[in-house]
Design a binder for this molecule. Structure first.
Ligand SMILES: N[C@@H](CCC(=O)N[C@@H](CS)C(=O)NCC(=O)O)C(=O)O
Length: 320
């Protein structure tokens, strides 16, 4: 665990001291967009045209943010167009590490991808990273934007007509994303990385208030914004699928398990059983990463054997 300061790697844990024990996530820095014709997107600069074999995705199978990108790559038929390199499960003093030098940049560590794009980079070397092989730079390291690019930029090449961010639902999707991001996706990290009791309790309370509301919502609605599956559902999914295996215990998010919520757990199974999705979920890697990488939380590094989970069990979401 560490970060780059003027392009030099420093081994440091998150600083919670200056924020009263709270974990505060930094904004991502590379915010360009791949578009169908290479014109600039909502942020950053243009020049990133959707083309087969031009872009490369660096991920960790443990990471819920990178997982979003893997799911969209799968569902939007981008696997033949965009190759993936995954880091090793553990993130220790050198940060994310490749088992062997990566095929595109010859990097041993994720921070070397950042310095390849910007030799004086300041910040954490997070995944996912969307790399442009043509201009040899990082297009984006922000998962919420990578999934929006994947949702539409390559449609003229793949012929995919699936739309997880339909125009008419955007206000609803944005609103629910906002609450789920702060209290659930990032909420579990705020709970787990808190170094004061008050910061921990605040995060866990907000997290379970949202989960309780989502249980009620999903008891009467097939998906978060109605009867259409959208990016809001996939963004929630990557946290839910890790919850009972890791967040309940390792991050002390233990008021309830997802399995204790009938609608949420059934919804989780439905999403998991969507063709192409199960192969993006590597629970062994997820557990190995969290329990093995955070020695301030789990100094022994021992990975628990349980819990026994079976996301292949039937769900009742399509029974009307
Ligand atoms: N806002 C980023 C966050 C990505 C992120 O924080 N990834 C974590 C892994 S789950 C990471 O790489 N952390 C390394 C670090 O903080 O040094 C996104 O959504 O893409």
């Amino acid at each position: 665990m560490g970060l780059l300061v003027d392009g030099k790697w420093q081994d440091k844990w998150y600083d919670t001291e200056t924020n009263g024990g709270k974990f505060v996530r930094k904004e991502s820095s590379f915010r360009n967009w791949i578009t169908a014709d290479g014109s600039a997107g909502p942020t950053g600069s243009g020049g990133f045209k959707a083309e087969a074999d031009r872009y490369h995705l660096y991920v960790s199978y443990a990471c819920p943010w990178a997982h979003r990108a893997l799911i969209f790559r799968q569902l939007k038929q981008l696997t033949p167009l965009i190759d993936v390199t995954a880091v090793e499960p553990l993130m220790l003093e050198n940060g994310w590490t490749f088992a062997e030098p990566d095929p595109i940049n010859g990097a041993h560590y994720s921070w070397q991808i950042y310095t390849a794009a910007d030799p004086a980079y300041n910040g954490r070397a997070t995944v996912p990273i969307l790399w442009d092989k043509q201009t040899k730079t990082i297009v984006s390291n922000e998962s919420s934007e990578i999934i929006r690019m994947f949702n539409s930029a390559f449609d003229h090449i793949t012929g995919s007509e699936l739309d997880f961010y339909p125009e008419s639902l955007r206000p609803d999707i944005n609103a629910i994303n906002e609450r789920i991001y702060h209290t659930v996706n990032n909420g579990v990290y705020k709970a787990g990385f808190a170094t004061s009791k008050s910061a921990y309790e605040e995060a866990v309370t907000a997290l379970f208030n949202t989960l309780d509301d989502l249980e009620e919502l999903l008891s009467g609605s097939r998906y978060l914004t109605g009867d259409k599956l959208t990016e809001a559902d996939w963004r929630l999914f990557t946290t839910l699928v890790r919850f009972d295996a890791v967040y309940v215990d390792h991050f002390k998010c233990n008021i309830r398990r997802i399995d204790d919520y009938p609608a949420l757990s059934s919804y989780l199974r439905e999403l998991y059983q969507t063709p192409g999705v199960a192969e993006t979920v590597q629970l062994d890697v997820i557990k190995a990463h969290y329990y093995g990488s955070h020695d301030t939380i789990n100094p022994t590094g021992i990975v628990p054997i349980g819990p026994k989970l079976n996301f292949d069990r039937p769900h009742d979401r399509d029974l009307g």
